[in-house]
Design a protein around this ligand. Sequence first.
Ligand SMILES: Cc1ncc(COP(=O)(O)O)c(C=O)c1O
Length: 397
Amino acid sequence: MRENLSSLFLLDPDVTFLNHGSYGACPRPVFEDYQRWQMKLERQPVAFLDPSRGLTGWMRDGRVAVATEVGASPDDLVGLTNATTGLNIAIQSLDLRPGDEILTTDHEYAALEKTWAYVCRRSGAVVKYVSIPLPLTTEAQFTDALLAGITDRTRVLFLSHITSATALVFPIERAVAEARARGIISVIDGAHTPGHIPLNLDALGADYYAGNCHKWMMAPKGAAFLHVRRELQASLNPLVISHGWTEDANKPGAQGPFGNSGFVDELEVQGTRDPSAWLAVPAAIAFAHQHDWKSVARDCRALAQDTATRVSALTGLPGFCSPEFCAPQMVSMPVTNCDPLLLKQRLLDEFAIEIPCFKWQQHTIVRVSAQGYNTQRDMDHLVAALTVLLPQLSAEG
Ligand SMILES: Cc1ncc(COP(=O)(O)O)c(C=O)c1O
């Protein structure tokens, strides 16, 4: 049995924390590294933040560490504060025209649906939603549904790699390859993937891929990356123009003013900010290796799957997918129809359980995350609480 890892985290011991998926949780040694960077910054802000001094090299250290984990070159990704920012840079750089179609699924994250609505309003492009049949049990079921949605107006394919509401791992490989073969741009929302599922971004070949380091890589909040296929890097429009931008920024192979490619300099140098979360990413990666997180994650997967099986037995409702399409450490469990906000509040107030409960389409969902600090006892507590609350709330609803 592995060591109890909860003492390595800063979470409130009075709360059963089953929501790693929303914002992650940072282990103490990683958080201390983050604070060490902040102290260093505050000791000599000018020396620290001047991109022509140490910062450029430290930012690169983060890129090198992340690139190794996600199967990419450090020159093809930039460190940002969150996946939303990375995806906005990609999406708002696209040259969309009236009638262009963005092909996506009915499982996407609401904030990014808004980003698409925004660019569509400005460009006259339209979003086409494909319904992915559930339960998801085969790759073909996913890819065939998507490919059937392609028309001669399809310009962009937008997919979550792990979905937020349903916690599915979408088997995106064939869809991305098909998009490439047909000249369709692929934009992938990998907010939940780094540190969660194996990634090889070079092999995947998506045009734009954004991932968070603050969720499953356990970095401090505010650490993420945007990976862009090299040929497209010069065509990006940063959301903020600052010292990192040059007149030549949109020329392929352009150099930035701080010794990086134009792509890296224009996206990483964007006015005064605290880059400490990104600078602590190497410590987060080292922490995971040091504590053999692959085997921790295997245990967590078993815990999450077992909990889902127990909740399914309790409610009589099947899950959304077969195990291979389930996010390893996060399962969305359909439960008896009830008011999800009330369920969430009562789980917190009466059982001190922090867990997301929400509606998605016609389903009421409880999404359980299992991370190294969770134990069988946490899951038993959740199942016991649901055993009490679900019959009460569904009777009221
Ligand atoms: C699928 C998906 N995309 C994007 C995001 C946004 O992540 P962030 O707020 O870190 O940008 C989330 C957050 O949970 C998500 O689940």
